[in-house]
Design a protein around this ligand. Sequence first.
Ligand SMILES: [Zn+2]
Length: 217
Amino acid sequence: MDKYKIETLGDNHISTSVRTPLRPDAFEKSDEEKIKNIQSYFTKIMEELGLDLTDDSLSGTPYRFAKMYVEELFYGLDPKNKPKISVFDNKYGYDKMLVEQNITINSSCEHHFLPITGKAHIGYIPKNKVVGLSKINRLVDYYAHRPQVQERLSLQILRDLQNTLETDDVIVVISAEHLCVSSRGIKDSNSFTTTIEYGGRFENERIKSDFLKLIGS
Ligand SMILES: [Zn+2]
């Protein structure tokens, strides 16, 4: 890809698919091996920038960086880290909307590897299955901890919940600030991005607007 195309794709935050693009050998190496390799690559990057890694303050940075990438910021790449989402039978026969609001989003933009921070609001209308509410937060956290594009993050959460809850009646709204927009490029520190993805009964205008009223949007 030429450099102009690379910049345009990044600045417009265009993603190419709903699935996170992964190499077939993505999980053949252990986390320890990945940390060791990334540590040595990041040492090279810091040296290339002219930094003196014999300085006490900088010497441990490549290791901290590598560990943070593999175990924290991008733990959600590896399916072995996916939270177990246990569902229960909907014994009460509750068939109205259930809303989980203000779920924290800590993610990273896949075009610049800079933070995306914001809130997710999720609603569903139970059929036969219900889910423990904190499990929704865990699922959001898992998908957020990958290099992401906001639209894809919304869709990955939506599809997963639709499968888990065995219903299409799910809605996902995310409002987030992208550091790559606020601190570089256009440098607009006040703007944020909202995405909305839904299916099933949320296609109905009244049900959708009930949800949006509830979340105060
Ligand atoms: Zn970006």
